[in-house]
Design a protein around this ligand. Structure first.
Ligand SMILES: Nc1ncnc2c1ncn2[C@@H]1O[C@H](COP(=O)(O)OP(=O)(O)O)[C@@H](O)[C@H]1O
Ligand SMILES: [Mg+2]
Length: 485
């Protein structure tokens, strides 16, 4: 098959002016953003095809966040356009390899389709080289994923002519990546070695999509009927009004601090979220003013419960504390549900390994409200010079990297009022652990080093644990929870 045949059989549609602008851009990073239905995915797909045909040997990576989106939005349309399913090989414009999800063109070009469901899926592209990377719905990708991908955007060495690597993005406002996309392409605030001239933004409006206006006016009506903020984002592509960020009060300048010497009087808690996929555990201190500081983070996946307990005890020791110094270790109540095959709960196993957990509520709405209450910034005067400055009850030591990374990524839930989205799952572990601490603490009756009487009520489960325990464990439990009432 020679190129002429290819051009004869490929039916290139006519593009709208904004689509042409996007496709012509040769900047290092070009984003086509704004309203839904503007024709962005369409343009991205065709850009990949036209590049592959124009430049022999070019290696292109086309990414979406999830496999179903990839299949619907690109895989099926590309198979159709490139006629990969034709029985007669001569009629095919490219071969499609299902195992690797690649379209291979006769000129050696390749369009590889990929998705990054979880944060770490992106690591599979590390060390690879793609001349062009197209990131579809870029605001669904985290900044970490974007950064990792930029490292793979380099000359593949397989092209016949010189070509400077580029990335193309399509995006709607809102999503885990809202902040970084907005910073680079809308606010145009640049850091370190980022250069302003490398970033081009082409805004899109649904009204510019003639095809949709004529063929699917209902779709536009649906957008017009959305609640105001979402409508402004989806219909007009407004990046300011809709920002879906759950913790919009979070501010690194207020909430993050470098570790300092601990105060003389304080109370130490631990709070954790545990599953095989991730142990997120925080050491938290409360001083006698009731200020809360998250001083240490454990963030590790694939630990069975006994290993997790060991990790936690080790961390406490490394911080210079004994187990007795820990007032309570707070954990969500589902850790008490028994595993049918083991006949034990995770809490049982933690307990057998020397970490006695205290149940706290998983009430999401009230839990998040409690976190927000602790994060709420307020003004206060510097006692030395009288200057006003902003502060908050809760501060996080800069060593708690994942918590600091994940809090600003949390989004509002699509339908549940006052709740945060549970996706992407990876970013929820740290904030969840903080929520368990917060719902406990905000509801605590007194800040002044909590009187013994407040110590946990003995629940039936705890009593059962107590009666099954050996003397040493019993002593510990009394120490922690006070005498049995
Ligand atoms: N130039 C075009 N010619 C014909 N149809 C188009 C064109 N651009 C977009 N469309 C169609 O408009 C609809 C919305 O486009 P899409 O690319 O999915 O929008 P977006 O990704 O911006 O939400 C799709 O059905 C697409 O096929
Ligand atoms: Mg799209």
């Amino acid at each position: 098959m020679n190129e002429q045949v290819v051009h004869l059989t490929l039916q290139v549609p006519s593009f709208y002016p904004k689509q042409i602008q996007f496709m012509k851009s040769k900047a290092r990073y070009t984003a086509y953003g704004g309203a839904r239905g503007g024709g962005k995915s369409f343009a991205a797909r065709w850009k990949a095809i036209l590049l592959a045909m124009r430049y022999s040997g070019i290696q292109i990576l086309l990414l979406r966040r999830t496999l179903p989106e990839l299949r619907e939005n690109h895989l099926i349309p590309l198979q159709k356009i490139l006629k990969t399913e034709k029985r007669d090989r001569n009629e095919r414009l490219a071969e499609y390899k299902d195992v690797t999800k690649e379209f291979i063109f006769p000129n050696g070009s390749r369009i590889k389709l990929g998705y990054c469901d979880s944060e770490n899926d992106v690591l599979q592209y590390q060390g690879q080289a793609y001349d062009v990377i197209i990131l579809e719905e870029a605001t669904h990708f985290t900044e970490f994923q974007f950064q990792t991908l930029t490292e793979s955007n380099r000359p593949s060495g397989l092209m016949e002519e010189p070509f400077s690597p580029r990335m193309y993005f399509t995006c709607n406002p809102g999503g885990v990546g809202h902040q970084w996309v907005k910073r680079l392409f809308i606010d145009r605030v640049y850091r370190h070695s980022e250069r302003e001239e490398d970033y081009v933004f082409i805004p899109s409006l649904v009204y510019e999509n003639k095809w949709l206006m004529e063929n699917d006016p209902d779709y536009i009506r649906t957008l017009e009927n959305l609640p105001e903020n979402r409508r402004n984002a989806m219909l007009y592509g407004n990046w300011d009004v809709y920002d879906g960020q759950f913790f919009d009060e979070f501010d690194r300048n207020i909430h993050v601090m470098n570790p300092v010497k601990l105060p003389d009087v304080f109370r130490l808690y631990r709070a954790l979220d545990y599953g095989l996929d991730m142990l997120a555990c925080y050491h938290i201190i409360i001083d006698n003013k009731g200020d809360v500081k998250v001083i240490h983070e454990i963030y590790e996946s694939n630990l069975i419960a006994s290993e997790a307990a060991k990790k936690i005890r080790e961390a406490t020791k490394d911080l210079g504390f004994s187990e007795q110094d820990v007032f309570l270790t707070l954990a969500p109540d589902d850790l008490w549900s028994r595993d049918a095959t083991l006949g034990k709960s995770a809490a049982d196993i933690f307990y057998e390994n020397g970490v006695i957990l205290t149940k706290v509520s998983r009430d999401r709405v009230n839990g998040w409200l409690a976190v927000k209450e602790l994060l709420h910034p307020y003004e206060t005067r510097n006692p030395i010079n009288g200057d006003l400055f902003k502060t908050a009850k809760l501060k996080i030591y800069s060593v708690c990297r994942n918590l600091i990374r994940c809090i600003p990524l949390m989004q509002y839930h699509d339908t549940k009022h006052n709740d945060a989205a549970t996706e992407p799952h990876e970013i929820t572990h740290g904030p969840d652990a903080l929520r368990y601490f917060s719902i406990f603490w905000v509801n605590a009756p007194s800040v002044e080093l909590v009187p013994k009487a407040y110590r946990m009520q003995w629940t039936e489960d705890m009593l059962e644990d107590y009666y099954n325990a050996d003397d040493r464990m019993r002593e510990r439990m009394i120490e922690k929870y006070g005498e049995i009432q």
